[in-house]
Every structure is written in C-alpha cells, then in structure tokens.
Design a protein around this ligand. Sequence first.
Ligand SMILES: [Zn+2]
Length: 201
Amino acid sequence: MRRNSRLPSRTASAPRSLAGLVVCSECRSHMNVTRVTLHRQKKEYLYLRPINCSQNPKCRAISYQEVLKNTIETVCRDLPQAVEKINFPYFEQVKNNLTEAIIHQQKILAEIPALVETGILDEETCKLRTYKLRIEISTLQAQLAILPPVNLRSVAQAVSIPQFWLDLSETERRFYFREFISQIEIIRQDKDWNLQIIFIF
Ligand SMILES: [Zn+2]
C-alpha cells in the first residue's frame, strides 16, 4: 500500500485489475470501469458499469472497490476447490503419451541421414520427410505446452490467501487475475448482488 501511494497520480489511469473481466449476468453486458470525481473533492470513486445494457431501467453501476474486495474473497474461497477438480492423473497420461510420440518422431528424424547414405532415400524425399517430421514434432510440443502445470495445486494454495492479493499493485493483480480467471459474473438480487468466478480451467 505504501508503495502504491507513492506512485504519481497519472497511474490512476493505468488499466484496473478487473477491467475486461466483469460481466453483468442480468443484461449479459461487459462492464467497464468509470471514474467519478466529486465536485471540489480530490477523491475519486471508481464504478463498474455495463457497457451495453438492454434493461429498462438500466442496471445500476457498482462500486469498483466492493467488487474487487468480493473478487479476492471469492478467489480465496473457490480456487482450491476448482483446482481439486482438475483430473491430474489424466493430464499426466496425456503428457506421457505426447512425450513418447515426440521421442519416437525424433528417432525417425535421426535415422534419415543414414538412409540417404545407403541410397534407400534420395535427397528430395529426405528433405520432404524431414520437413514433415519437424512440423509433427512442433505440433506435439505445442500440445504439451498448454497442459496445466503439475505444481498448480501448490500455486493455488499460495494464492488463496487474501493478503497475497492485497499486497499487489493493481497492475500486478491484473496480471495474476488473468492467470486464473476467465470471467467474473455479477449476479443481481434486487439492490443486492454477489459474484461468481469462472476459472480458466
Ligand atoms: Zn445488467
């Protein structure tokens, strides 16, 4: 907090951590961050407001700080459970299969020069085969790269503590929220509201 308070005022216009993540479940509109400065006061208030609200009367704006506080509480409560539901043995199996396939293709690739030397393959066939094998290998490597990390469980535990989120700057929070959250839905009940977090996994 001390570090944040020393930042120059122009950083107030830096992207907020919740920008682009919040949707109003009533009108299905994304909500953007709006800034309100009261007359002759230096203090500014941040609100989240639906961009394209189709309701009549329109869905009202909600305090940004309230949503942020609630988001941190909900992440800390729901993230460990969401991670528990991930089928790690399944991903482990997929990972092993992909790794084996990559090793297999690399072995074939290594055998090609010998086949050219013995005259079994001509130069042209060799080039085409090498090219195709390299594409197959990089496709498999790309599939391997998008699997969830094995240490996700311990990461989830570490970030499920409110203080972790409170100690971050808005810019840092913006980055970390996007590592876990796909969308935050505001569910309205009369004048009250609560939120539901949709994680990326
Ligand atoms: Zn709405």
